[in-house]
Design a binder for this molecule. Structure first.
Ligand SMILES: NC(=O)c1ccc[n+]([C@@H]2O[C@H](COP(=O)([O-])OP(=O)(O)OC[C@H]3O[C@@H](n4cnc5c(N)ncnc54)[C@H](O)[C@@H]3O)[C@@H](O)[C@H]2O)c1
Length: 448
């Protein structure tokens, strides 16, 4: 087992949130990196040292390695195949209309690369895929590649969180190496020699288990969020406070405080699609417990959106028609401009379908939102969004919003009424400033 730090020639296929971060981090670990994407605009921006999306800390590191010539970009699969000793597959695996994973991007990327593979190399999958994908992909690539059986494949799922992507890539809690051969394990240990030397564990296993680790981890995290949101429903019915309940539960080391934030539930490009794809895969394998469990998790999660709209309706006296609402936060979570399956955008749609006038603000996600919802009203500041509002909805818990002065904001609204859908604001401060604050799972009165 080699732990020597060796500079390798690495290609990264797909430069989205995962792939661009991975390419930059591979360069930062000392490897020579060539990255490719079918989106030529993304490639042009990245090659100019500009991150095509918002991710704290990514752009300076991208520029540094582009300037040093350690990280380059191309649109040619032939060049990638010629260059790389290791090829990382980082393309998207979105959901199909029936919830299963769409593997067409992965198959297209492998299909474009394979005919150019003339010598031995290692392909490493990082995308999130249904169990069984890797082994099938290996067989297809070996059949199409001139190098045939000299092409090896491993699965090294990625656990990064958007908003913390660079630190998570360089220093994850663990590496998962799904491999078929000892030499693939050695190559992965060389590639990640620096973080491994710093003590980050590498867990080695077969391809199928490695694929499952990723989807099982996301299923667990989604379940934890929906669990606390189910508790929020009970708290609301019983007059209890879910934030204090979650705080007390989180002190139990067997439970842990993370992913126990009640409120609006999860969204984004991973958890919703991953639990649906996992359900479809498990059902295909004849396992009914997983679709039953995750179907409930999904339904509880979607139900939170309707609950927040119901709170909004109640807050404005029963009907949202013609009411002016100010939405704070559009990104699916703070520190990201990602609006994929954003609970906030879903709520904007629901508010508008009931006739509300919706003005939105987000520190970084407005450009993405404007592309997908051009007819929403966008405000350059929180106070501009709240001007004359009958109701403010706090839907993404950016630190900026926790720093709002409720008394000052109270000067610009028509009515001091706010829904804290993320249960993240200082309820006492807002209520003391004369606001009516409602939050799912929390009592309406100030608690001692
Ligand atoms: N975003 C995350 O936080 C995260 C975390 C862990 C795992 N993942 C997984 O990583 C994978 C990628 O997710 P993402 O969020 O980066 O998606 P993304 O949509 O941001 O990026 C995917 C990229 O792949 C490119 N692409 C598509 N087909 C291609 C092809 N044939 N050849 C080359 N490039 C191609 C697209 O143009 C796009 O730039 C998914 O499987 C996802 O589940 C994502």
């Amino acid at each position: 087992m080699s732990m020597t730090s060796v500079s390798r020639r690495v290609s990264v296929i797909g430069v989205g949130y995962l792939g661009l971060t991975h390419a930059v981090c591979m360069a930062d670990l000392g490897h020579d990196v060539l990255a490719i994407d079918v989106d030529s605009e993304k490639i042009a921006r990245a090659a100019a040292g500009q991150a095509p999306f918002f991710e704290p800390g990514l752009e300076p590191l991208l520029r540094k390695h582009v300037d040093a010539g350690r990280l380059r970009f191309t649109s040619s699969f032939a060049e990638v195949a010629e260059f790389g000793e290791v090829h990382f597959l980082c393309v998207g695996t979105p959901q199909t209309p029936n919830g299963a994973a769409d593997l067409s991007y992965l198959n297209a990327a492998a299909g474009a690369l394979a005919p150019h593979l003339r010598s031995s190399c290692l392909i490493v999958g990082k995308s999130t895929v249904p169990v069984g994908t890797a082994r099938a992909l290996l067989a297809r690539i070996q059949a199409a590649a001139p190098a045939g059986g000299a092409v090896d494949l491993a699965w090294n799922p990625e656990f990064l969180r958007e908003g913390y992507a660079v630190q998570d890539s360089l220093a994850p809690d663990r590496f998962v190496f799904g491999t078929c051969t000892p030499s693939a394990q050695d190559t992965l240990r060389e590639l990640y020699a620096k973080p491994l030397a710093a003590g980050i564990p590498a867990l080695t296993m077969d391809l199928e288990t490695a694929e499952l680790v990723k989807v099982a981890a996301n299923a667990f995290l989604a379940t934890k969020i929906s669990f606390i949101n189910a508790m929020a429903e009970v708290c609301e019915a019983a007059g209890a406070d879910v934030v204090r309940l979650a705080g007390a539960l989180g002190h139990d080391e067997r439970i842990g405080a993370k992913f126990l934030g009640p409120g609006l539930g999860f969204g984004g490009g991973c958890l919703p699609k991953d639990i649906r794809a996992f359900s479809a895969t498990a059902a295909g394998l004849g396992v009914s417990s997983v679709p039953s469990l995750l179907g409930t998790v999904d339904a509880i999660n979607t139900g939170r959106r309707e609950r927040v709209v119901a709170l909004a309706r109640e807050a404005v006296g029963g009907s949202l028609a013609g009411k002016r609402t100010a939405v704070l936060g559009i990104a699916f979570k703070p520190n990201s401009d990602d609006i994929r399956d954003s609970p906030s955008l879903d709520i904007c749609d629901r508010l508008r379908s009931e006739g509300a006038l919706v003005t939105v603000h987000d520190p970084v996600a407005m450009a993405n939102a404007a592309r997908s919802r051009p007819d929403l009203r966008y405000a350059a500041s929180v106070s501009e969004a709240a001007e004359g509002a009958d109701l403010v909805l706090h839907l993404t818990e950016w630190a900026d919003y926790r720093a709002i002065d409720p008394a000052a904001l109270g000067q610009v609204v028509a009515r001091r009424s706010i829904i804290d859908a993320r249960c993240a604001l200082d309820t006492t401060a807002w209520r003391n400033a004369g606001w009516t604050l409602r939050a799912p799972g929390r009592p309406e009165q100030v608690q001692l």
